[in-house]
Write a new protein. Structure first.
Length: 443
């Protein structure tokens, strides 16, 4: 009986998907946009020696360059036009959001609604261009100093590299906005998701090849696969975890009828910030570390020391990564969830938390609960992202396949599937409304 019911629900969902033409168009647009992104990761910069670049990437694939290459979907290893990926946009978003908390002008724009949001987004785009230009110039100079990677070093190569990399980042920023508006899911997250997923088969094949050569034991590979499954299960459980606050509504009278007071729940996610803290922390660490990594051995002695202590698996790198994740977990939670506004809305509609006075006391209580669960959420994010990194670094695996990538892939997949389900439900409701109107017209 249960299997028959599940089969019936599946058939209904399949039939609803077959009739949801708008959802189909959105899905095809998303797939087409991601295909364009993947094609762009194979278009190299002009003036690059592919053999010398491959040697450079091979020598640094176990360091921070390998992490950067993972986020860009292999574009760094090919030094493609999308080598900077969407990271300058993320870094600019961090800077603008930080400035929003200290700048009265930006804070006022944030409160203006849609108009202010568009202006803040415009500032973010300007910041993206500036950061992409700085990072592109640093990469061009670093490539010129890395042996014979550049066939014709000079200002012409630097200018062409900067304009090409900036153009690629701006195009990806526009493409991500188009996916969000016309496709399914968050465009920026899906671009990062596509880059990570594209590199996972290569990482798995490389791991199996090392096992065949005897460099890795079969037991270690099995342990890594089991650990990956456990990490995925942990991510799914924690991302769905909620702390529900009971909210009651008093009795109300409409005309001569008295309606009983209702009760509902205010759901507070354990990880309100989602995948933003690891991405933000990684992007901020990648900017100075990449510059130091390219200049190592050719710059001052202190720069070489910085490159050494900020390498993959080093204590200072892991400590800064954990601090960045914890900071952005609290920071982004404070941005996306305002206890004062929530308390005012509850008071406006007559809702209250039992035992807590409406208004300021309710806001303080929500903030208290939110702070406690954010501590758990931040600890969970730090553990998922850092503990696998420590294990991989101690095992000496020559590729990046840690908890950060799994966290991004699983979380983005869950969010995208949830949006698809919401589109299907909206389509079903529209169909029911149309049927009821047709029946009413016939009568």
């Amino acid at each position: 009986m249960v299997s028959a019911a599940e089969q019936l629900v599946a058939n209904l969902n399949f039939s609803a998907f077959g009739k949801a033409e708008e959802l189909k168009r959105r899905l095809w647009f998303t797939l087409g946009a991601l295909l364009v992104y993947r094609l762009g990761t194979y278009i190299p910069l002009p003036g690059i020696n592919p053999e010398a670049l491959a040697d450079l990437v091979r020598q640094n694939q176990s360091g921070i360059l390998g992490i950067f290459n993972m986020f860009s979907g292999g574009a760094v290893g090919r030094m493609a036009i999308f080598a900077l990926n969407i990271m300058p946009y993320i870094s600019a978003s961090i800077i603008v959001q930080l400035l929003t908390t200290v700048s009265p002008h930006l804070e006022a724009l944030k409160k203006e609604g849609e108009t202010g949001r568009k202006q803040i987004n415009q500032y973010t785009r300007y910041g993206t261009v500036i950061l992409a230009a700085l990072q592109g110039y640093a990469i061009a100079v670093g490539l010129e100093g890395s042996g014979n990677v550049v066939t014709d070093p000079g200002w012409f190569f630097r200018l062409t590299a900067v304009f090409t990399l900036v153009g690629g980042t701006v195009f990806l920023m526009w493409l991500g906005e188009q996916i969000t508006a016309r496709g399914v899911g968050n465009g920026i997250s899906l671009i990062i998701f596509a880059g990570i997923v594209a590199g996972m088969p290569t990482a798995l094949v490389g791991m199996l090849e090392l096992s065949r050569q005897g460099a890795l034991s079969a037991g270690l590979i099995v342990a890594l696969l089991i650990g990956g499954v456990l990490v995925i299960a942990c991510i799914v459980f924690m991302e769905r975890a909620q702390r529900r606050l009971l909210v009651q509504y008093p009795k109300r009278q409409m005309g001569n009828k008295m309606f009983q007071g209702d009760s509902s729940h205010l759901p507070l996610k354990l990880n309100t910030s989602g995948v933003i803290p690891p991405i933000f922390a990684s992007s901020l660490l990648l900017v100075p570390i990449t510059i130091a990594n390219f200049s190592a051995g050719r710059g001052p002695e202190w720069l070489t020391s910085v490159t050494a202590v900020l390498g993959r698996g080093q204590p200072l790198y892991l400590a800064l990564y954990v601090l960045g994740i914890v900071f952005f977990a609290f920071f982004y939670t404070a941005i996306v969830f305002n206890p004062q506004d929530t308390a005012e809305n509850l008071k406006k509609y007559g809702g209250f938390i039992p035992g807590i006075r409406p208004g300021v006391r309710t806001a303080e209580y929500i903030d208290y609960v939110l702070t406690r669960i954010t501590v758990i959420g931040a600890a969970y994010l730090a553990a998922v992202c850092v503990l696998p990194e420590i294990l991989i670094s101690s095992a000496g695996l020559p590729f990046y396949f840690g908890g950060t990538s799994l966290l991004i892939v699983v979380s983005v997949t869950m969010d995208t599937v949830a949006q698809i389900q919401s589109h299907l439900l909206a389509h079903q409701y529209e169909g029911l409304i149309k049927k009821s109107r047709l029946r009413g017209a016939k009568r």
